[in-house]
Design a protein around this ligand. Structure first.
Ligand code: C2O
Ligand code: CU
Length: 528
């Protein structure tokens, strides 16, 4: 009985994403098909290049179309483009401005950033600035569609949206373009923007809709961290390719009528090609100097454990200076970094610790064969390193600990597969737009507990949080600082503390395994 209800509610929600709904089977396959991994490997049919042939691309920084005393204005066109990812093959992609990753936006904390997105793709899209402290109407609510240019809001498959409970104030679909306003009243941090269309985030990001958005502030700029060409955003994402070079993805319905993937991939889709900034297993030639690497896992489902191979003498080569929500209080040296989908780790690597000419691979200790390789740094063979004017100070910033004893509420969220086999749920419920699981008051602190049955990278919109405890014990090695996404493994429980601030409205709590997210592991919470 319950199964029928869940399914109907979910599909009625899915309808808001536009297009006709076909009945597709989502019977749960029973177990994880790639043991230890959050998903199933989808093999490429195209011949794959050997690692370390391509040079690392760095996405271009987008220039504002205009600026005034308070605001920088940008225009982005979402359009199809043909990319050269594998040698000799073209890959049709959905892009921001023709590239994957999209162009990097760079904001200054406290200066408003206004981005107008035009949709020239064949399907509706939604843009979310991940890690942005953003008012509700610009946050990329999953049904706040940008319809393709030429489509009309009134005739585009959003029947009855205003009738849904709680949806009266929902942003309406916009025809052709939508303007997102980001106050940028937040710390320096590595943010990213990506598609967030309800039911279709997985295929849309897989096709290329993701880019970086960096925020700087005075505190960070005063630190003399490596900058300019030695401040590199690195978007790590796995993909699979068909024989003709097109992206392979096991969508139930390529025409974007029915959300979700075929049964065997319900745990998540794992690609067999590791891209960094859109290139397979690339190489970067480095000087024997410090580099700031802003690592982002933009994969749909794949988790990585990154390490330098060889390690520099003495180890601790990955010096973490920041996380999702900006600088840590103090640098934290790691031999390995666990990174789940959507997490960011801001690290400094000092290549002067290596002998001239060393080839340093960034490897993935959770991978095997080619998926154990990520990229390579070829350290300059010149014997005398140039003078390094950068530094990693012992004290980076102040991260005031939130006090959980001030929490006005403690809430528990269970991230589980649906008992009825219809997908994934939070507290037993598949996602329903307009139905909120929590109503926190602005200005108050709450403790949220996440409990899992499987690998779930849990993400909270609006406010960053601090991890208090993992399995009733201290936080893990990768939980430091302000976070917006946390990696939960099967049967874990994690407690976070956060303060809800500034913006009333309807925001999202969801799993960032994009197949789980599309198959309903998402919930609204409403701040007031
Ligand atoms: Cu990166 Cu709600 O998403
Ligand atoms: Cu999940």
């Amino acid at each position: 009985m319950k199964r029928g209800i869940d399914r109907r509610l979910f599909l009625s929600g899915a309808l808001l994403g536009g297009g006709a709904i076909a009945a597709g089977g989502w019977a749960w396959a029973g177990q994880s098909l790639t043991p230890g991994h959050p998903g199933l490997l989808l093999r490429s049919e195209a011949p794959l290049p050997r690692p370390y042939q391509a040079l690392l691309p760095v996405p271009a920084v987008l220039k504002p179309t205009r600026t005034d005393g308070t605001t920088d204005y940008y225009e982005i066109t979402q359009r199809s483009a043909s990319l050269r990812i594998l040698p000799g093959l073209n890959t049709p992609a959905w892009t921001y401005e023709g590239s994957f990753p999209g162009p990097t936006l760079v904001s200054r904390s406290g200066r408003r950033t206004v981005v107008r997105h035009h949709n020239e793709l064949p399907h509706p899209t939604v843009v979310h600035l991940h890690g942005g402290h953003t008012p509700y109407d610009s946050d990329g609510y999953p049904t706040a569609l940008i319809l393709p240019t030429g489509a009309h809001a009134s005739s585009s498959g959003t029947p009855g949206m205003a009738d849904m409970p709680g949806m009266a104030q929902a942003p309406r679909p916009a025809a052709g373009a939508r303007t997102y306003t980001y106050p940028m009243d937040q710390r320096a941090a590595t943010l990213w923007y990506h598609d967030h269309r309800m039911g279709f985030t997985g295929p849309n990001v897989w096709r290329g809709l993701a880019g970086f958005h960096l925020v700087h502030d005075d505190e960070e700029l005063a630190l003399s961290l490596p900058s300019g060409e030695r401040d590199l955003p690195l978007m790590i994402a796995d993909r699979s390719f068909a024989a003709d070079g097109t992206f392979r993805y096991p969508a139930l319905d390529a025409a974007q009528g029915t959300p979700g993937v075929t049964d065997p991939y319900m745990d998540g889709v794992l690609g067999d090609v590791i891209l960094v900034n859109g290139a397979p297993w690339p190489v970067l030639e480095t000087q024997r100097l410090r580099y700031r690497l802003r690592l982002l896992n933009a994969s749909n489902a794949r988790r990585y454990r990154l390490a330098l191979d060889p390690q520099p003498p003495g180890g601790g080569g990955l010096v973490q200076i920041g996380g999702d929500g900006g600088l840590l209080e103090r640098p934290l040296a790691h031999d390995e970094l666990g990174i789940a989908p959507a997490e960011r780790f801001d690290v400094v690597v000092d290549f002067s610790r290596y002998r001239p000419g060393t080839r340093v691979r960034l490897v993935n200790r959770l991978g095997s064969g080619r998926t154990a390789e990520v990229m390579r740094f070829d350290v300059s063979s010149s014997a005398r390193p140039p003078a390094d004017d950068s530094a990693v100070p012992a004290r980076l910033s102040t991260v005031a600990a939130l006090d959980p004893t001030h929490a006005v509420a403690t809430r528990t969220f269970l991230f589980q597969r649906s008992s009825g086999g219809t997908g994934w749920t939070i507290n037993g419920q598949p996602y329903r737009p307009g139905h909120s699981l929590a109503t926190p008051r602005l200005g108050t602190t709450e403790v949220w507990r996440f409990v899992t049955d499987f690998h779930h990278p849990v993400h909270l919109h609006l406010n960053h949080f601090q991890v208090m405890a993992r399995n009733n014990s201290s936080p893990g090695p990768y939980d430091a600082g302000w976070k917006d996404t946390v990696d939960l493994r099967p049967a874990e429980s994690l407690e976070i503390v956060t303060r809800f601030t500034d913006y009333p409205g309807r925001f999202m709590l969801h799993c960032h395994n994009l197949e789980h997210e599309d198959m309903a592991m998402m919930a609204d919470f409403v701040t007031e």
